[in-house]
Write a protein that binds this ligand. Structure first.
Ligand code: NZQ
Ligand code: ZN
Length: 391
């Protein structure tokens, strides 16, 4: 195991009706004038926004509102939010929604206390300072409720980039699984895929002797495999949604990633797809991951075979571990199909002619130096070959 520091100071409030205490938590974390940020309207339709506003009023906290965050959130609305924070003297940003709303809120919170262009952070500058952010999560997926990350699409060229820094780790996150019961099954499946992807990105490592994090990841994957069919069949299943919601947080606050090299090439490869074709991040990952695994199995076939045996219940073939590894990838494909995820470029609306451009952008964008991936270093030719496996 490698040396590490783990500091994850978000205050989590989990369970039914906890959004009715939002005002108390905003106060506790120093907010007196709040920007409530939300998406395309689901929180209005479900009545969640009204409950949150009532809770702020109860505590005498003033607020302004900014809705309209799109999935794959855009830079334009971030600039609007920053201006609004300045004009209204906002001192706390409250995200009510999914990863897109949370990421947009984090970008606004960082940009509001920064003299330069907030996009600097999405070109590699670390975020050390931001207004405090609180979140009320409505979809189990991105893990942004417990992560120090934000991903934004720049409308000037439609490229998607990530920023990171302790300054944007949420001060508090309210996780009420009942809020996810209104999700369409397709979005639930996208979320499940993203959670599994966050676990795979950490599982494929070059670090040896990492049994505790291996076992945590395997346990969370087994939970996802058990609970996925239950929530796809019945989104109102509270207990299954609860397990998925906490798994989604654990998958990405890095409890499972400490002390080990992580990969993350699949996320870089996917971000090109969701930037260019505006597909859901989880749907893109469903197409990317089996292809990435197939291409990179050769680097450590025993690790792929271990996952196949421990998570997918495959039989170990000691003479030909590559057969076991392949059986694991086949099981993953079957699982993704069973929850309604796409399996190729055509189903995502992606086009073969864009492959070279996307491969270049994946390897050279965001200040990258021509290769991506911690487990397997990939150059643009490798990435293009992986895209071709998705055709
Ligand atoms: O916009 P509204 O109307 O709210 O609808 C949303 C949206 O259309 C809908 N939805 C959310 N909760 C709902 C609901 N509909 C009904 N009932 C509910 N309870 O679901 C759709 C998807 O929402 P979105 O926020 O886009 O989903 P997700 O949480 O998957 O976020 C995706 C974004 O997160 C980024 C992705 O790249 C993508 O841009 N990521 C962020 C990460 C981070 N900050 O740490 C890490 C991830 O790997 C990921 O890259
Ligand atoms: Zn993700």
């Amino acid at each position: 195991m490698n040396n590490f520091v783990f500091y994850s100071p978000t205050y989590f409030v989990f369970g039914k009706e906890q959004e009715n205490n939002t005002g108390k938590y905003v106060k506790r974390f120093g907010g007196s004038k709040v920007l409530i940020h939300f998406g395309g309207g689901s929180v209005v339709r479900t009545g969640l926004l009204d409950r949150v506003k009532a809770s702020l009023k109860e505590e005498g906290i003033e607020y302004v509102e900014l809705g309209g965050v799109k999935p794959n959130p855009r830079s334009g609305l971030v600039y609007t939010g920053i201006e609004l924070c300045h004009k209204e003297k906002v001192d706390f940003v409250l995200a009510v929604g999914g990863g897109s709303t949370i990421d947009s809120s984090k970008a606004i919170a960082a940009g509001a206390v920064y003299d330069g262009d907030f996009w600097d952070f999405y070109q590699g500058k670390a975020i050390t300072k931001a207004l405090p952010v609180g979140t009320i999560l409505t979809i189990s997926a991105a893990g942004s409720e417990g992560s120090p990350d934000s991903v934004i699409t720049n409308e000037n060229g439609m490229y998607k980039r990530g920023a990171s820094g302790e300054g944007i780790r949420p001060a508090f996150s309210i996780l009420n699984p009942a809020l996810t019961q209104t999700l369409p099954t397709y979005q639930i499946a996208c979320g499940i895929t993203d959670i599994c992807a966050h676990l795979f990105e950490r599982y494929f490592t070059t670090t040896s002797e990492v049994e505790v994090t291996d076992r945590l990841i395997e346990g969370l994957l087994l939970t996802m495999i058990k609970e996925a069919p239950r929530v796809i069949e019945a989104p109102e299943h509270y207990e299954a949604q609860a397990n998925i919601m906490w798994a989604g947080m654990m998958a990405h606050n890095n409890s499972c990633g400490v002390g080990r090299v992580q990969d993350w090439a699949s996320h870089d490869i996917e971000h090109e797809l969701s930037a260019v074709y505006d597909c859901a991040h989880g749907a893109g990952l469903a197409v990317v991951f089996p292809a990435w695994m197939t291409y990179n199995m050769k680097h450590d076939v025993n690790r792929f075979a271990q996952l196949a045996v421990r998570v997918w219940g495959c039989q170990m073939d000691f003479n030909h571990p590559e057969n076991t590894a392949k059986a694991g990838i086949a099981a993953l494909k079957h699982f993704l199909k069973s929850i309604g995820m796409p399996s190729n470029f055509a189903e995502l609306g992606a086009k073969e002619e864009d492959i070279e451009k996307m491969a270049q952008s994946a390897c050279f964008g965001n200040g990258r130096q021509g290769t991506i991936g911690g487990f397997a270093k990939l150059n643009d030719k490798d990435v293009a070959a992986i895209y071709r496996l998705m055709l």
